[in-house]
Design a protein around this ligand. Structure first.
Ligand code: ATP
Ligand code: MG
Length: 176
């Protein structure tokens, strides 16, 4: 099965993204818009791999504290348009931890550099390159998910196979 590691987004965050998509539509940008239920952040792409339990075991070993992500900017990889995220150490660190856990378990993944983004649409068509403002939105990340990707009649579908929770440390620790 086709697997990847992702952060799934809460409804408030997703609605900020759909309003960015609406902005694009109102600027007459056509293409394959990501349906709301498909919006996510990929941390590591595994691809074809037969054993999701292996991957869950690896993921279960990672340790991270809850942290915030914030929408920031808009960009494109060719005709793929995305919403960006503020680059933070904690997000990069979660990517590193997830990828290290895979590497240590001998699970292959795409090693290309992480560019934090959420795909808004693919195969974008436009006459004039759009201008798009970021919506002011943040959310707390408290888990990282193993996702399965299946291609069907209605396009690609993602299903959560499992997730690993963040460690909940006290907000304030008194050091002696
Ligand atoms: P489709 O390929 O049908 O357009 P998709 O790209 O959303 O749909 P997948 O190819 O299964 O579906 O990818 C799942 C997730 O992994 C997406 O976020 C995608 O951008 C990302 N991804 C896919 N291939 C790679 C890769 N080689 N390296 C890094 N990320 C990838
Ligand atoms: Mg793809």
């Amino acid at each position: 099965m086709r697997l990847f590691i992702a952060i799934n987004l809460d409804d408030n965050f997703k609605s900020a993204l759909t309003s960015m998509q609406d902005d694009l539509r109102s600027q007459h940008v056509g293409g394959n818009y990501s349906p709301i239920e498909n919006l996510h952040i990929t941390l590591a792409f595994i691809g074809e791999y037969p054993d999701p339990d292996d991957v869950m075991d690896a993921l279960a070993g990672i340790d991270f504290e809850p942290f915030d992500i914030t929408l920031d900017g808009f960009g494109n990889f060719g005709d793929l348009f995305w919403a960006g995220l503020a680059k933070t150490e904690v997000l990069s660190s979660l990517v590193k931890k997830s990828r290290h856990a895979l590497a240590d378990a001998g699970i292959p993944y795409d090693r290309k550099k992480f560019t934090p983004h959420i795909t808004l649409l693919r195969k974008a068509r436009y006459n004039k390159f759009p201008e798009l403002k970021t919506r002011q939105t943040s959310m707390k990340v408290t888990s990282v998910s193993l996702m399965r990707s299946d291609f069907g009649k209605g396009g690609v579908r993602y299903t959560e196979v499992g997730y690993a929770k963040s460690t909940n440390k006290p907000a304030l620790e008194i050091k002696k």
